[in-house]
Design a protein around this ligand. Structure first.
Ligand code: PLP
Length: 393
């Protein structure tokens, strides 16, 4: 069924069962309900030329395969692949490009994505162009015959900028470019880019899919068999595979994705309500707010607003004191874990962007980013309230 024809409730039912029973559900041989961790590098061959389907764990491992089948079902693709990190996944996907090709990236892509293109792929004559993909007309103007791929995030960090995935896909495909969506902020529970026209969806599974801030992992799903084969070849040839134990941790994390995400969103909605009415906040960015730019596009393509919030602290408040006073919500990079995290994009995730550029795009020095966890919402609101009180100049 196409995702546009599915209601939010249909989607929730489908994914809520798939996260638990998708892929390989337990162990055929023993009946164990949890997939075994096949901690092995190699496999005994019966005789010359006859093996069990596994030869060497870089090429294939049953625990990793269970995860790869699971994410493939969740994203509605044809091939799923697991990598040692989100960056290993992104790097493998970019290796589909050849010298002389060019890729368009959205203006707010993850810093590591920008860095690998700017500092590594450029050396191999694969260039990039930064485009505001939330503006389809602007995006179409930037397409030329050298553009072979478009890599977007929606919502993008840290201003939760929305890009119309279907719109970008239609334009890109008219010009023969592949569409790659980094779906880390949404997960397949909230957004399924392949159904919206994208060719490749990828994740830093380190975030919501893992969900417990205890594993670094990356996942890729494609819907074309040929591209799947090429990526499998790249995965085996370059070797950035996810270990059996980390694959198992991820399978375990994904089982509770939907209950965690429901709670993340419920908490985020309460925090947004609190922040919206607070005199210490001058601007708030959240895809679930009707006044947010891109609200209607997001509502059309996603099944929920997610739990990332950014807001601007008023000049009447001392930002250092605000961060110092926050106690339950942890100051740190990353996102998507059960614990709430707060960060300061201007000095942390986006520090490498020049000051003037940051001002221009809205990453001001008073911008605060929250990854809302699953603690009691009252605890989180008390924590923020206390920090506001202490930080008032
Ligand atoms: C964290 C992140 C990445 C990088 O993933 P790692 O697992 O840290 O390598 C890529 N994209 C987005 C959107 C991220 O948040």
């Amino acid at each position: 069924m196409e995702s546009d024809m599915m209601t939010e409730a249909d989607m929730q039912r489908l994914i809520s069962s798939l996260v638990i029973h998708g892929g390989i559900d337990g162990d055929e041989r023993t009946g164990a309900v949890s997939v075994p961790i096949y901690q092995t590098s190699t496999y005994r061959q019966k005789e010359l030329g006859i093996n069990s389907g596994y030869e060497y764990s870089r090429t294939g491992n049953p625990t990793r395969e269970a995860l790869e089948l699971l994410i493939n079902e969740l994203e509605g693709g044809i091939t799923g692949l697991a990598f040692a990190s989100g960056m290993a996944a992104i790097t493998a996907v970019l290796m589909l490009l050849k010298s002389g090709d060019k890729v368009i990236i959205s203006s707010n892509v993850y810093g590591g994505t920008f860095r690998v293109l700017d500092k590594i792929f450029k050396n191999y004559n694969i260039e990039y162009e930064i485009v505001d993909t939330s503006n389809l007309a602007e995006f179409e103007k930037q397409i030329n015959p050298k553009i072979k791929a478009v890599l977007i995030e929606s919502p993008a960090n840290p201003l939760l900028t929305i890009t119309d995935i279907k719109g970008v896909s239609e334009i890109a495909h008219k010009h023969g470019a592949l569409v790659i969506v980094d779906n880390t902020f949404m997960t397949p529970y909230l957004q399924r880019p392949l159904n919206l026209g994208a060719d490749i969806v990828l994740h830093s599974a380190t975030k919501y899919l893992g969900g417990h801030s205890d594993v670094i992992a990356g996942l890729v799903v494609v819907k074309d068999e040929g591209i799947g084969e090429r990526l499998k070849f790249i995965q085996n040839a370059t070797g950035g595979v996810l270990s059996p134990f980390d694959s198992w941790l991820l399978i375990r994390g994904i089982k509770t994705l939907t209950v965690r995400m429901d709670r993340h969103i419920e908490n985020a909605r309460h925090l947004v309500e609190f922040l919206k009415n607070h005199e210490g906040v001058t601007k708030i960015y959240y895809p679930g707010l009707p006044e947010n730019e891109g609200y209607s596009v997001h509502k059309q393509q996603a099944f929920g607003p997610g739990a990332m919030i950014s807001f601007v602290l008023s000049d009447e408040y001392d930002i250092k004191e605000f961060f110092r006073s926050i106690k339950v919500i942890t100051l740190g990079e990353s996102l998507g874990g059960v614990e709430s995290l707060v960060s300061h994009p201007a000095s942390m995730t986006h520090a490498s962007i020049p000051y003037e550029v940051r001002q221009k795009v809205g990453i001001v020095d008073n911008l605060i980013r929250l990854s809302v966890g699953i603690e009691a919402k009252e605890t989180l609101i008390n924590d923020l309230e206390n920090a506001f009180k202490k930080a008032r100049k």
